[in-house]
Design a protein around this ligand. Sequence first.
Ligand code: ADP
Ligand code: MG
Length: 248
Amino acid sequence: MTPIPDGAEVKHGATVRLDKVSFSYGEASFLFDVEFAASRITAIMGPSGSGKSTLLNLVAGFEAPGSGRVLIVELNVSAAPPSARPVSMVFQENNLFAHLSVERNVGLGRSPSLGLSGADREAIAGALQRVGLAGKENRLPRELSGGERQRVALARVLVRDRPVLLLDEPFASLGPALRDDMLDLLASVHAERKMTVLFVTHQPEDARRIGQDMVFLDNGTVAAAGPAADFFDGSGPEAFRRYIGSGP
Ligand code: ADP
Ligand code: MG
């Protein structure tokens, strides 16, 4: 059963809210009560194991809350499968199907079947151009560098064009120069499309560079939240300063 009514369409400009969402894996328990403002980039930081991936997985629908609700705009998506949610996600690695070409991998953002229409092909070509991979449509993932593979994952998200974008340390395996390129690309796509972005990163520099808001997790819950600038001017919450001071 899905609570999303037929024909309900979530447009860009969607607020994401976790309303007293509880969840647990055996001993590890989480409680998230937090709102992500529409059309903004929120950086999510916190120590390893604090629940960053769990929070994204709850929004994406890969995990179901024990109690509470996940709301996108005011739609209750708590019981909707990932494919029915107005979200797309990029993971740290293993984003691509190894046996499918770049074009097919990006095409999965448009349609779950492998058949591509002329319009699909045009959209895919546009997205590959945008991420700097024009001409590499027929490569397999293993014939690309790590940075190029993450660009393919971003191209797939571009053709999917969902109002909510979930990024789970997408650039963590890239060197600083490539990471900067990807951040610039993300910022320029966001300026055009204004998706609501939940950006998990353990790099303070990345959060400072493109994060507009910040959510800091500690021990399975939200320890602090607010405008990102407030976290970096020295007046931020003490737990955050301690975390930053201790290195990633
Ligand atoms: P983060 O992304 O902030 O590093 P996670 O959300 O991945 O943290 O995980 C938080 C905690 O939840 C982990 O320390 C681990 O104990 C537990 N956990 C995460 N995923 C699983 C899982 N699939 N099965 C059991 N426990 C898990
Ligand atoms: Mg994680």
